[in-house]
Design a protein around this ligand. Sequence first.
Ligand code: AMP
Length: 294
Amino acid sequence: MEIVRSVADAVRAARALPRPLGLVPTMGALHEGHLALVERARTVGASTMATIFVNPLQFGPNEDFAKYPRAFPADAKLLEDAGVDLLFAPSVDEMYPPGFTTSIDPGAIGSRFDGALRPGHFRGVATVCVKLFAIAGCDVAFFGAKDAQQVAVLRHVVRDLRLDLTIDVVPTQRAADGLALSSRNAYLSAGERAAAPGLYRALRAMTDAAARGEDDRNRIIAAGRVQLRMPLREAYLDVVDADTFAPVDAVAAQARPRSLLAIGSVWIGQTRLIDNLQLSIAPQPASAASARRA
Ligand code: AMP
C-alpha cells in the first residue's frame, strides 16, 4: 500500500491505478464498519484508495475536532491488511491551503436533523467529499448506511453537479447488542456503552410498528420513544424519505416507490450517537390497495 500526504502525489498515484477505482473516505480511528466499506470496494473495483482526514470544515466551533480519536499507524496497518492500494492522509493545510474559500452548500437536505444540530456540517462534508472525488478521480465512492443523511446529501451533490461517479452504500455494521459501530463509541463510559443499544431498540420498535401496519408518523415515533430511558436523551426520532430526509406523515401511502427510514439520535453524556433503520411496510389489504388504484 502506497501512503501519500500531498494532493499532487495522491493525484499522480490514483491516476496510475487500474480501473474501476473505488474510494473509501474516512476520518480514521477505524473499526469493522470502515473495513466493510473497504471489503465492498475491493469486490466492486479493480483498485481501492482510502483516505484518512479529520475534516475541520464539518465540525462546529464547540465540537470534538481537537479530541476526535486519531490512530494513524494502527489505521494504516488495518487498511494495508484489508488490501487497500493507496492511502491518502493529508494535513489540514494541504487540503485547505491559505486562500481556500470555496464550499458546496447542499441546501435544505443539509439543514435538517444533523444539519440543524450541526450548522454547516453537511457543507463541510460535501466540500471535502467533492475535493476528494476530484483528487481521486474515482469511479465509485463507498459510504456507510449508518450516516444516512450524509448519503442523501452526497447522492444529491453527485446528481446536481453531474459528477461522473457512483455512490455505493454499505449496510451498517453493528455490535452483537445492536449498537452501530462508530469511532465516537470510544467516548462512552462502561455504563454509557451498556445503555447505548437503547437507540437501536427504539429504531427497531419504530420499524416493528410500521411493519404491523402503523401508518401514523407520530405514533411510530412514540413507539420508539418509550425505549429511550436515562442516560439516553433524545436528540431526534423521526420517519423520513431516505432521498430527501423530509419527514413523512402517512407512511404506507408514501412507502412505494419511496424508501423510508426510521432515524434517531441520542445524547449520552457529552456524546451524541446516530443510527437508522429502513422501514418495511405491512402489506396493504387488497381492498385498500384497489381503492387507491381506483
Ligand atoms: P467516519 O470515519 O466516521 O467519517 O466514517 C467513514 C465512513 O465509514 C462513512 O461512510 C461512514 O458512514 C462509514 N461507517 C462508519 N460507521 C459505520 C458502520 N457502523 N457501518 C458501516 N459503515 C460505517
